[in-house]
Design a protein around this ligand. Structure first.
Ligand code: ATP
Length: 241
């Protein structure tokens, strides 16, 4: 479904990504982990078209996206839920969700999708008329994910949805994301710093460090990797994950 090949991105003279490749198959749950500044958000921004690459290709549903603007990529079915939530604070919860439904598929599926969003996040139903800026961090993250779902996407990209949330709230968010994958069959590409929880949900994981993809594999393989265990899971060789 998504094929990123040899992608390189530079901000001025600074290389943020070098020769990065990644594949997401239809129905898969793929996670990218890595430390701060590794280039994870840059990778997402390049896939959704906000950042232009210096080299390499992004193909989606067999089509090269190079010439397509971010809005055209959204129409093709790519939803990008950005880091830091970025809800429209002065709009209501409902208006925020409606903003997500601008692609044709989103408009057509709107009533069904809204029901689904309310089933996943009942609080958004209760708070439909409340300004999004007055919600808690966790609730704003639910709005951001709901806005992504409102596009009726084929691929849902989530950039650190657990950022800044208390562990129990983050756990709820992970559970909902897993539910969207399991029950709706949504293809998911997730970036996370909470490595253990994220990898546990995934079919396949990638490790990005200083702009380079250094490792990838299925969950079980990554968990056995010494580098992943020491650097990301804080485990020694003997400890079980
Ligand atoms: P974090 O988890 O901290 O958000 P990240 O892995 O998402 O990190 P990016 O935000 O993609 O990393 O940043 C990768 C590198 O590119 C960093 O060195 C960062 O400082 C730099 N960078 C990101 N955005 C810009 C920009 N607009 N202009 C210049 N440099 C940038």
């Amino acid at each position: 479904m998504l094929e990123v090949s040899n992608l390189s991105v530079a901000y001025g003279g600074l290389r943020a990504l070098t020769d990065v490749s990644l594949t997401v198959k239809e129905g898969q749950f793929v996670t990218v982990v890595g430390p701060n500044g590794a280039g994870k958000s840059t990778l997402f921004k390049t896939i959704s078209g906000i950042v232009r690459p210096a080299g390499g290709t992004v193909r989606f549903m067999g089509k090269d996206l190079a010439a397509l603007a971010p809005s055209e990529r959204a129409h093709m079915g790519i939803a990008h839920v950005p880091e830091g939530r970025q809800v429209f604070k002065t709009l209501t919860v409902r208006e925020n969700l409606e903003m997500g439904a601008y692609p044709k598929a989103g408009r057509e599926a709107w009533h069904h999708t809204l029901d689904r969003i309310h089933t996943l996040f009942p609080i958004l139903h209760e708070r439909a008329g409340q300004l999004a800026g007055t919600l808690s961090g966790g609730e704003q993250q639910m709005v951001a994910i709901g806005r992504g779902l409102a596009c009726a996407p084929r691929l849902l990209m989530l950039d650190e949805p657990s950022m800044g949330l208390a562990p129990a709230v983050a756990e709820t968010i992970f559970e909902r994301v897993s539910q969207i994958h399991r029950e709706d069959g949504m293809t998911i590409l997730l970036v996370e710093q909470r490595v253990a929880e994220a990898l546990e949900l995934s079919d396949h994981g990638y490790v990005l460090e200083t702009g380079h993809m250094v490792l990838d594999g299925p969950y079980e393989t990554l968990l056995k990797d010494d580098r992943v265990r020491r650097s990301y899971l804080g485990l020694t060789d003997e400890e079980p994950p």
